[in-house]
Design a protein around this ligand. Structure first.
Ligand code: CAA
Length: 394
């Protein structure tokens, strides 16, 4: 067991931290207030290789490992969680599934523009009536000669209005309900139309859009993986994506802790710095402990993934704990700052608003618990008929 980061991992972490400190953190409050997607930032990230950190060099990426990518997400999210989710969805939910499931031709065609940051990626799974029950999606793809015709709509798509490439899920077998009839496609921005931009509680520097697909005709070569096997692509993608969201939550919590600590060391009440009071010391101690616990879960899940080992449950545990921890501890950070924490003079209220979504997207906390429970209890419980209390009628 080795808890040390490698020299390469530390180097990438330092690179991301410097960019986050100089180019992102000073602007984050303004982007949040103005609800502005900072388009000018992403070429700078691309120049440093941060739009394709864990993509092999031969496909246009920086060739680092998955843990390096997780460290980058943590650092970006420490400065601005909206930037963190933009890069997370672009990388682990768009670029990586094409790399994992694409043909050589698809990898050569679609991955380099994403990995070099010339295009941003989006992952279009959710619809208005299929959120947690992702397998019930209704967007359909019908074969027509050598083409597919796609029709439907998607909701809450991160990067939806700025993406050039979409990994999009549609039902190719109308006779089959649920996960089995779903396929995955790689579309371009010419195949979708943005119908609405969402207004959100937080993450205001990221875009979240509704999309419509209006009889888009695409070649057969845009089908990713096998027909009818798209749900597996979605689930395997989310297995990795959830580790990224856990890293985002970790970065937000770290940022909140840093502000709370320095405030406590400066603010004086009752004739002394408030860090001298045990009430505040215990809060900081609990924060530091929970952040550390989350970090260990997140890095372990990332390590398992990059070793090619199973990581579904470990990723779900990391996301579940890190996201709930971030919600708890950003609230505690506000408490340490008292009245100041509730104002826009300090960033902790933004961290609190940003943290909440990490308990919801890429699978709610309830879905993470379901994934973990299924691993603990096995499939048999799901197939067991529900016992009816005596005296009830069918
Ligand atoms: N890896 C590979 N395959 C998997 C898998 C995994 N981790 N989990 C399930 N599958 C396969 C199953 O083996 C099964 O395949 P077969 O039919 O061939 O046996 C198929 O997928 C269906 O599996 P389930 O029966 O388990 O499916 P289910 O309908 O019970 O749903 C679920 C499972 C876990 C609840 C799933 O629907 C789920 O994860 N829901 C949450 C959706 C979600 O996370 N959405 C996020 C949207 S994207 C986003 O948020 C991005 C952003 O903006 C940040």
């Amino acid at each position: 067991m080795d808890f040390e980061l490698t020299a390469d991992q530390r180097e990438i972490q330092a690179l991301a931290r410097e960019l986050a400190d100089t180019e992102i953190a000073p602007n984050a409050s303004a982007w949040d207030r103005d609800q502005r997607f900072p388009a000018e930032l992403f070429p700078k990230l691309a120049e440093l290789g941060l739009m394709g950190v864990c993509v092999p060099e031969e496909h246009g990426g920086a060739g680092a490992d998955f843990l390096s990518y997780i460290l980058v997400l943590e650092e970006l999210s420490r400065a601005d969680a909206g930037v963190g989710v933009t890069v997370a969805v672009h990388t682990s939910a768009t670029t990586l599934p094409i790399l994992s499931f694409g043909t050589d031709e698809q990898k050569t065609r679609f991955v380099p523009p994403l990995a070099r940051g010339e295009q941003i990626g989006a992952f279009a799974l959710t619809e208005s009536s299929s959120g947690s029950d992702a397998g019930s999606l209704r967007t359909r793809a019908e074969p027509d000669g050598d083409e597919w015709i796609l029709t439907g709509d998607k909701q809450w798509i991160t990067n939806g209005s700025v993406a050039g490439t979409f990994v999009l899920f549609a039902r190719t077998d109308p006779a089959t309900e649920g996960a089995r009839g779903v396929s995955c496609f790689v579309l371009g921005d010419e195949h979708v139309r943005v119908t609405r931009e969402e207004e959100k509680l937080g993450l205001n520097s990221s875009t979240t859009s509704d999309l419509v697909i209006e009889g888009a005709r695409v070649g057969r070569d845009r089908l990713l993986h096998e027909e009818g096997r798209g749900f597996r692509v979605a689930m395997a993608t989310l297995d990795g994506g959830r580790i990224g969201i856990a890293a985002q939550a970790l970065g937000i919590a770290q940022a909140a802790f840093d502000v709370a600590r320095s405030y406590a060391l400066e603010r004086e009440q009752f004739g002394r710095r408030i860090a001298g009071f045990q009430a505040i010391q215990w809060k900081l101690a609990d924060m530091a402990t929970e952040i550390d616990a989350a970090r260990l879960l997140v890095y372990r899940a990332a390590w398992l993934k990059q070793q090619g080992l199973p990581h579904t449950t470990e990723g779900a545990k990391a996301k579940l704990f890190a996201s709930e921890m971030a919600r708890r501890q950003t609230a505690e950070a506000i408490q340490v700052l008292g009245g100041y924490g509730y104002t826009k003079e300090f960033p902790v209220e933004r961290y609190y608003r940003d943290a909440k979504i990490t308990e919801i997207y890429e699978g709610t906390s309830e879905i993470q618990r379901l994934v973990i429970a299924r691993a603990i209890l096995g499939k048999q419980l799901r197939e067991e008929p529900v016992a009816r209390p005596q005296g009830t009628h069918s």
